[in-house]
Structures are given as C-alpha cells and as structure tokens.
Design a protein. Structure first.
Length: 500
C-alpha cells in the first residue's frame, strides 16, 4: 500500500483535503512508493493562520525560551541523523554518506541559531545630545515562508527555519513535492524538542501552494532556493505584494585551473565537485576552464578518475553516486550529452547508456565528460543539474576570467593554483558571490552567508549567517530624552532638532 505524506500544521499531522496528490518515486527502482498531498488555497490559508496565531506568543517569547528549544532540537537532530538521511536516500536517491553530509551542514545553521542571543544584541549611544540617548534593536517580522528544492530536502530547509524561528518569527515551509518526507520529520522533531504548535508548519504542494504563499497578505517574507526562472518569478511576485524576498537561483560554476596547479589535486576536485550527488547541486562544478597547455593532461586525469566511480543505489554502502531524481530529469540531462558532438564538443565520456544490474528501471545515468566545449553550446549555457562536466580551453588567466565573468550566473567559482598573487587577484576580479582557492565547492560555514551574484540571486540578502539574521528581522531606532528634575521648561522650538 502506498504511503501518504500529509501536511504538518499547528503541531500535528493534517490530512490533505484537496483530493490532489503527487507521486514520490524511489529513484533507484523507479517505483512509486509514496503519494504526497498537494495543498489547495484553503489549506495554504490554514497553515498561515496557524503560524499567525503562534506568532502572538512566540514573537514575544524570551531569547532563553527560544534557545532552550533549539538546543534540545539540535540534540534530537543529532540522534536522528541516520533516520533523516535514510529518507533523503529513499526519495532523492543520493548515497547515504552524502545524505549524512547534508544533515551535518544543516545542523551548522541550527547551531548558529542556538547562539542567536549574541546575533540579536542591539546598540546604544548615550548622550548624543544633552540627556538624549539613541538605541537600535532588531525585531521579528511575523509569519515567514520558505520554498525549498528537491536536491537538499533537509539541508536547505534548515538553512531557513532555524534562524527564522530563533529571531522570533513563525514559519511555513513548502518543500519539494518530489521528496517531501524529510521535511515532516524535521518538523516532528522540532515539536518533540518543545517548539510550540504552529511555530513551524510544513505545507506540501505545487504551484498552487507556492502562489498561495506569495500572495497571502499575512506572509511577511519569502525565502527560496531553486532554478533561476522560478527565483525570478518568486522575487517579482512576492516583491509586488510588498514582501521581503531572498530568492537564490541557478548556477554554472566554473573552476579555473592555472598551468602551475597541482593537476592531480585539481582532477580529484573536479571529479568530486562535478559528480558528487549526481551533479544535482547548485554548487557543483560544471565547467572546468583549463589555461594554456595543461588541458590534455588535465582531461586525461579527470577521465581516469571518473571511470572508476561506482554508481548504484544510495543505500548500498559501496555506491559512490546514485540515480537522478526522476526519469524525465534523467532524459533531459542525457540530451545535453547526445547533442554535444553536433555542437562542436569532444565527448570523452558518455554516460547516457548506463544501467545498474537488478535496478534496470531506476533513473540511472553515468558520468559524462565533454572537452573543448564552446561557450555557444547548450551544454555550456544551461544549468544541466546532472553528472556532466564541460572542459573549456583558454590561453591565459585573463581569457579565463573574461569567459567566466561573461556568464549570466555568478554563484560559486574556484581557482586552482600555487600562485598566491594570482589567487588574490582572482578573488577580487571574479564576478561571483562565493570563491574557492584550491577549494572546489566553497559553501561557506554557517556563520558566513551563502549566496551568489547576477542571475544566481534575486533580492538583497544572502542566506544564513549575518545576512540571514538581518533578513528575518527589521531594525528599529529609538531616540530618548529623560529630563532631569532640575531642568527648567525648554519651551516651544519649531526649528530642526539640534544635537548639541
């Protein structure tokens, strides 16, 4: 019998009433294992109503109360790492070790939220004028929403709601309908930790649910991670409705390899960053830019390593890479490889025919490596979101940086070199939000913020870190004068207030 994933609203499971359900498949077998309730507009409203009611008390709760819940929550998440990872593997397909890594990175933000007391300290200036003090504080927004992607069903939600609720907001999470179960477990554990009912709600759905949140008058802010077209839509729609928005979009992350680089280290990094999680991550390296005469040797080293990667079900401890999320996505990724030669690329590795014995109906694709790729080709221009690595050749550092900066995306980037001067120059000249120096996937730790430039970010705030705290709060400045009992009446003064 197919399992049903329902909503989590007001601290309890709430069965879907729309009559609409979406299929959830096991990517390793292709079998539909679960159905997920898809919310109606009325169900969106019910989730927001629950969050708004909870805000009446959570918004004025003490920092001590909030952090006590978060510390208990962190302990429960730690104890249930394997359970969360197993759900991720079952519905997303990534290997168990990768799923555990996702949970660990999400926990970093929970730990940051546990220390929210220092992040929310205000400022005070005394005696700015005669007996006048000025103070600045940050206060919560109200009900906020998060719309998260399929590729990190636990980590990306944890990039949002722990900080939001630590700041005093209440939260409605709309996770991907492709792998919804992890979000429910995260909410259930939060409730077990003592989070009051309605502070964290999980609403499953499709575009109806998304639009319902974007248009709801009681939602103050929206966080989103996903593709660039949807990020642009989220930003435009929510902003038009007067909401604060952080919308993180797609990417085409480049790795510049200079002639002096350690090519073995660069090849290891390229394979790890391009093919980890089957390439289904916005920080994947999808384009290696080889400078000068090193191209042939670098491609040979990448190929040698890629051919050894073992592909199989995510729950097999020997598997290094799992399947793609859906058959349709697998076919789309494959189309970039099958069409590459006609657009001038040299197909070094073609993984489109890969299958796994005993799991022939799974959403399998092998590792593909395309060399001498043109910047005009589809494989270069589009975010493929699969295990396809493009190699481009340039003559100089300057040519490489110009090529990379011409991309409409600006999420993450990396340089591999032994030259500190070149690395420093690259940090300043490259047009991207996150830079790695001999680090292929420069995802910042929790106390620095994550976000790109150009078409990789819509809105002014990056996610988590200081930007996350600022996004989920708003500033207030109070100017105070307490007259001394000995003061004579000041009298009426219609002039501009004086500071001295």
């Amino acid at each position: 019998m197919t399992k049903t994933v329902n909503h989590w609203i007001g601290g309890k499971t709430v069965e879907g009433t729309s009559g609409q359900y979406g299929p959830v498949t096991d990517p390793a077998t292709g079998a539909v294992t679960t159905q997920v309730a898809l919310a109606s507009v009325e169900e969106v409203d019910a989730a927001v109503v629950a969050a708004k009611a909870a805000y009446a008390t959570w918004g004025t709760s003490s920092l001590a109360q909030r952090t006590a819940v978060l510390f208990r929550y962190r302990a429960l998440l730690d104890a249930h790492r394997d359970d969360i990872a197993a759900l991720i593997t079952a519905e997303h397909g990534k290997v168990h070790s990768d799923a555990l890594g996702e949970v660990a990175r999400g926990l970093e933000i929970v730990e940051l939220a546990c220390g929210i007391t220092t992040q929310l300290k205000g400022e005070l200036s005394t005696q700015v004028s005669n007996r006048v003090d000025v103070s600045s504080i940050r206060q919560s927004l109200g009900v906020v929403a998060g719309i998260t992607p399929f590729n990190f069903p636990a980590m990306v939600p944890m990039w949002m709601f722990p900080l939001a609720i630590a700041c005093g907001n209440t939260f409605v999470l709309k996770p991907s309908e492709k792998d919804p179960s992890a979000a429910n477990l995260l909410a259930e554990l939060a409730s077990e930790a003592g989070l009051p009912d309605g502070v964290l709600n999980v609403l499953h759905g499709d575009k109806i649910a998304v639009d319902g949140l974007l248009n709801h008058p009681d939602v103050a802010a929206v966080s989103f991670v996903g593709s660039t077209p949807i990020a642009r839509y989220i930003h435009a729609t929510a902003s038009a409705n007067g909401k604060r928005v952080q919308a993180l979009g797609g990417a085409k992350n480049h790795m510049l390899v200079l002639p002096d680089a350690d090519l073995d280290a660069a090849a290891d990094a390229a394979v790890s960053a391009a093919y980890g999680s089957a390439g289904e991550r916005c920080m994947a390296i999808s384009a290696v830019v080889a400078v000068g005469a090193i191209g042939d040797e670098l491609v040979a080293k990448i190929r040698e390593r890629a051919e050894k990667i073992k592909i199989g079900p995510g729950n097999d401890p020997t598997s290094e890479m799992g399947p793609l999320i859906t058959a349709a996505h697998r076919d789309k990724v494959a189309s970039y490889v099958t069409g590459a030669a006609a657009q001038g690329a040299e197909v070094v590795l073609d993984g489109t025919g890969h299958t796994v014995e005993g799991f022939e109906d799974g959403h399998w694709i092998g590792l593909s490596l395309l060399d001498k790729v043109s910047t005009d080709s589809d494989a270069y221009k589009d975010e493929i979101f699969g295990p396809v690595l493009c190699v481009l050749r340039v003559e100089s550092y300057e040519d490489g940086v110009a090529l990379m900066n011409a991309s409409p995306f600006g999420n993450g980037t990396a340089i591999f070199t032994r030259d500190g001067g070149a690395a420093r120059r690259f940090q300043l000249e490259i047009e991207a939000g996150m830079v790695g120096v001999n680090v292929p996937i420069p995802v910042p730790v929790g106390y620095h913020s994550f976000g790109g430039w150009k078409d990789s970010l819509f809105g002014d705030h990056h996610i988590y870190g200081n930007d996350g705290v600022h996004f989920y709060t708003r500033g207030k400045v109070t100017t105070t004068r307490w007259p001394d009992p000995a003061d004579a009446p000041a009298g009426v003064d219609l002039g501009f207030p004086r500071n001295h």
